[in-house]
Design a protein around this ligand. Structure first.
Ligand code: HH2
Length: 258
């Protein structure tokens, strides 16, 4: 899953792809580098980010999605927690909703996903982006994330979303300290054991900076290491900014499994 942030304030690439032409070019490149799915987002979820109105989110993402979906043979996902944004994106060629609130952000979201027969990713997040890094605490982060994802999975199915369409994500960096992120990577198999495919999003994140001392743009090697470990522990999809490097690394890792 290649990341395409059409925002002024995303943590590693904010402002870079706010112009539609720049975003479309980035989307083409993600596909050329081997992304199966391009995840288009118009609202940053970085720690401290302010919410964005649906109209502005739509204004950012729709021209980009429409252009890419008309010309590229790839799948598109919409990174949003708003039902109105998801509905428009699904109507314009997206087939996947990436909801970091796990259907808690908008009461209409589950119905929109169910009606469209779309895939959905349910992400664990403690609190909201504005508050999530204010001293997060867990007794056992892996058990709590697992219980949360099991509850959200059951709720999504109860709301009419087909179980085969549901992906789960432990939400690396969403209300987690360095130790929490590392524990989740170490014991990712316990999340995989829920029985639905796991999405893993460590790309360029802060914990990699804490471990390597490097700024966002220089965290590719750290990202690759985290993804290969997550792959080994059973993750199925990898949300990344640097597609080419991660595709190579995961191809090599996958070859050792055959
Ligand atoms: N992380 C971010 C955004 N969306 N979705 C999933 N499923 N998993 C993640 O780990 C995840 C996500 C944050 O990264 P990014 O999109 O690069 O930054 P921002 O939220 O600032 O736009």
């Amino acid at each position: 899953m290649g990341v395409l942030n059409v925002t002024p304030d995303s943590f590693s690439d904010g402002g870079e792809f706010l112009e539609p032409q720049a975003a479309i070019a980035c989307g083409r490149e993600l596909v050329a580098e081997g992304a199966d799915l391009v995840d288009i987002g118009g609202e940053s979820t970085r720690p401290g980010a302010e919410p964005v109105a649906a109209a502005l989110e739509l204004e950012r993402v729709m021209p980009v999605l429409k252009a890419l979906a008309s010309e590229r043979d790839a799948q598109f996902s919409i990174d949003t927690s708003k039902a109105a944004v998801a509905r428009s994106a699904l109507g314009a060629g997206a087939s996947f909703v990436n909801d970091v609130t796990a259907l808690r952000g908008d009461p209409d979201m589950a119905g929109v996903v169910a009606d469209a027969g779309a895939d959905v990713c349910l992400v664990h997040m403690k609190g909201s982006p504005r508050t999530m890094q204010d001293n997060p605490h867990y007794d056992d982060v892996v058990s709590e994330v697992r219980a949360f994802l099991e509850e959200r999975l059951a709720r999504a199915v109860a709301e009419g979303i087909s179980e085969e369409r549901i992906w789960l994500d432990p939400g690396i960096g969403f209300g987690k300290t360095l130790e929490h992120n590392l524990e989740l990577i170490k014991r990712l198999d316990e999340i995989v054991a829920i029985g639905r495919p796991v999405v893993f999003g460590a790309s360029r994140k802060r914990f990699l900076g804490a471990l390597t001392g490097r700024p966002e743009r220089e965290r590719v090697a750290g990202t690759v290491a985290a993804n290969v470990l997550a792959f080994q522990r059973g993750a199925s999809m990898f949300r990344v900014h640097d597609v080419a490097e991660n595709v190579d690394a995961l191809r090599v890792a996958a070859a050792t499994f055959s």
